[in-house]
Write a protein that binds this ligand. Structure first.
Ligand code: ZN
Ligand code: ZN
Length: 269
């Protein structure tokens, strides 16, 4: 038995087949900071946006709307709901993300309502997520319009970040059978639980691997081109951002490796 969690590097030294599965990741470690520098990495507001570019809105129907209105009413532009800023992320905090040429800021926005009909998302019920890859030089502080409707648990409390660079390993579900068994045998010899113990990167995370702790692995393929998507962001419930996604679990946002402009993939754990 060991009391000290093994690092990803130690695991790879013991089970060399894992080396090709090592991926860089950034743990965000958000902490409450209502007056944080708006230009720093953040969860929640305040907002930055390119001057002259309209603030994005969600024009989807929301299941809750149907109790009072026919869905077609919500499809009128006038009934669109302003997206809210979920995260403002900097290239220097996550250089391993697939930054399009010339961009250095990633804004993750979401519609703070549940959606049950996002294209390509079967079995999903949660916020609709959009990415904007931008340039810091283009961004200025703005006051976004308030969302027309919102669920309180999808409105993040403003937080600053303490980014930590780590190397991440996948759940055993992601590994071929033989390697998965080798990992399991090594973990048993060490008296550790691979999925929990060896310095696994949990919480708000950029890049690396998603955790499949509540379902088995679900392949997330691009709805536009069919390519297997890569984990971009884990949103965690609780803590200072004080969100609650799924059953107070995690939301995983996936991005297409062919083109980051393809619609994101979403998964709730
Ligand atoms: Zn929406
Ligand atoms: Zn694609």
């Amino acid at each position: 038995m060991t009391d000290t969690p093994l690092s990803a590097a130690e695991l790879v030294a013991a089970v060399p087949g894992l080396a090709r599965y090592l991926r860089p990741a950034t743990l965000l470690h958000p902490y409450a900071a209502p007056d944080a520098d708006p230009r720093g990495g953040r969860i929640g507001g305040p907002a930055l946006w390119p001057a002259g570019e309209p603030w994005p809105h969600c024009t989807a129907g929301h299941p809750e709307d149907e109790y009072g209105f026919p869905r077609k009413v919500t499809e009128e532009p006038a009934a669109a709901t302003a997206l809210v800023p979920l995260a403002h992320l900097r290239v220097e905090d996550a250089p391993h993300l697939p930054w399009p040429e010339g961009t250095d800021r990633l804004q993750v926005l979401w519609c703070p309502n549940d959606h049950d009909d996002i294209q390509g998302e079967r079995f999903y019920y949660g916020p609709a997520v959009e990415l904007r890859w931008q340039r810091a030089a283009d961004l200025t502080p703005v006051a976004p319009p308030p969302p027309r409707r919102s669920e309180k648990e999808y409105l993040p409390q403003p937080c600053a970040l303490r980014p930590e660079q780590v190397l991440d390993l996948p759940d055993r579900d992601e590994l071929p059978g033989e390697l998965s068994r080798a990992v399991e045998e090594f973990a048993a010899r060490q008296g550790i639980e691979y999925e929990r113990d060896p310095g696994r990167a949990d919480g708000w995370k950029l890049g690396g691997w998603p955790s499949w702790h509540s379902t088995d692995l679900i392949a997330v393929d691009c709805g536009r081109c069919g390519e297997r998507m890569a984990h971009l962001l884990t949103v965690e419930s609780g803590g200072d951002p004080d969100l609650s996604v799924g059953r107070h679990g995690e939301l995983h946002v996936f991005v297409c490796p062919v083109d980051v402009a393809h619609p994101v993939g979403l998964d709730l754990q």
